[in-house]
Design a protein around this ligand. Structure first.
Ligand code: NAD
Ligand code: TYD
Length: 360
């Protein structure tokens, strides 16, 4: 049994899909179901006894402690977070609350649970084999100049956005809980993910959604900011590999060796849509590109040196950007109902009917 936090979000849900492709070990999924968490990402497991969903907040100590005591997981994979940079600029409070205070709560409850586990390796779960895997981002490292080497695990943390600062703070807490209390932790810092079930506020799903809706495709500033893109399934496989074989106390950078300026990403998506779902007026989707005011403090370039995880754990990405982006565009074309659902108020109403407002 493992506990996943944030398993109804984009990467967490993909992780659960990937996990059950490779394992029958049950998963408890603790998720607050914020705007970004959606049980429609997990309909495949609605009746599946291996998946046990619990709505709750990682900041709720009593609930998390009770879950751990009841289910006795052998590992925790911590995805739950506020994750969108633009939202963090307009409302940083939720980011501090969930990413920093929430992670602190989770660490404290986990430490208490772990300290009571049996020492003996013959029992499961046990103190020695327990693992807390913290899922983080390359944005903690700050920004790169064109001539800089991609981020290594040894780069200093120099976060620039409220989101990045809150994730850097959580990385530091996780590190300290290992050094001070001996909690067996692992941290992964990954580049920009794309793929199915991503809420259409991040660049790739937003562009697909707006293109099809005939809306402008907003390009911040000059559009020459560079991101490293990784297909979400590759990220999930990397997390499984780190959970299985990573050395506790270590951090592992995960990336696609796939740097692209935003303008290239948007043009590629437009070209794919021109082929797969031509505009009714026969014109090109790139005509919808609209340069807008830049994001304040916008990081110019992220890039990951994923050499350590490849050397030590034998992981490397399988999907190329060219094939991954076509698959992703097709997924969104085939799942118009999912997009309509998560972007409308109907799903939120259903969550409230089902679970109440849960302090929101
Ligand atoms: P997301 O916003 O799609 O999902 C976050 C999930 O966490 C949602 O299901 C939400 O309901 C849940 N959640 C939020 N606050 C919670 C709380 N207080 N208690 C319990 N659940 C809560 O995010 P994502 O893109 O899937 O990212 C998952 C993790 O991966 C985050 O920690 C993020 O920092 C990290 N990450 C993301 C990317 C990326 O490109 N998306 C890249 C690297 C790392
Ligand atoms: P985003 O998907 O928000 O991820 P992050 O900011 O975490 O890297 O944005 C990816 C890049 O695309 C980033 O440089 C900001 C830019 N961007 C736009 O140009 N227009 C948009 O509408 C969005 C959402 C992002």
């Amino acid at each position: 049994m493992i506990l996943v936090t944030g398993g109804a979000g984009f990467i967490g849900a993909n992780f659960i899909h990937t996990w059950f492709k490779h394992s029958d070990e049950p998963v408890i999924n603790l998720d607050k179901l914020t705007y970004a968490g959606n049980l429609a990402n997990l309909t495949a497991f609605r009746e599946d006894p291996r998946h046990f969903f619990v709505r709750g907040d990682i900041g709720d100590r009593e609930q998390v402690a009770a879950l751990l005591a009841q289910h006795q997981p052998r590992a925790i994979v911590h995805f739950a977070a506020e994750s969108h940079v633009d939202r963090s600029i307009f409302g940083p409070g939720a980011f501090i609350q969930t990413n920093v205070v929430g992670t602190f709560n989770l660490l404290e409850i986990t430490r208490d649970y772990w300290s009571r586990l049996p020492e003996t390796a013959s029992e499961s779960p046990n103190k020695q084999d327990f693992r807390f895997l913290h899922v983080s981002t390359d944005e903690v490292y700050g920004t790169l100049k064109p001539e800089d080497h991609p981020f290594r695990e040894t780069n200093p943390h120099q976060p620039n956005s409220p989101y990045a600062a809150s994730k850097a703070a959580s990385d530091h807490l996780v590190r300290a809980w290992h050094h001070t209390y001996g909690l067996p932790v692992l941290t992964t810092n990954c580049s920009n993910n794309y793929g199915p079930y991503q809420f259409p506020e991040k660049l790739i799903p937003l562009v697909i959604h707006n293109a099809l809706a005939g809306k402008p495709l907003p390009i911040y500033g000059d559009g020459m900011q560079v991101r490293d893109w990784l297909h979400v399934e590759d990220h999930c496989l990397a997390i499984m590999r780190v959970l299985e074989a990573g050395r506790t106390g270590e951090t592992y950078n995960i990336g696609g060796w796939n740097e692209k300026p935003n303008l290239d990403v948007v043009r590629t998506i437009c070209a794919v849509l021109d082929r797969e779902r031509p505009r009714p007026d026969g014109r090109d989707y790139v005509e919808q590109m609209t340069f807008v005011q830049d994001r304040p403090g916008h990081d110019r370039r992220y890039a990951i040196d994923a050499g350590k995880i490849e050397r030590e754990l034998g992981w490397r990405p399988e999907e190329t950007f060219e094939s991954g982006i076509v698959k992703t565009a097709r997924w969104y074309l085939d799942h118009a109902a999912w997009v309509a659902d998560v972007t409308s108020g109907a799903y939120r109403q259903w969550v409230e009917q089902q679970y109440g407002t849960h302090g929101e």
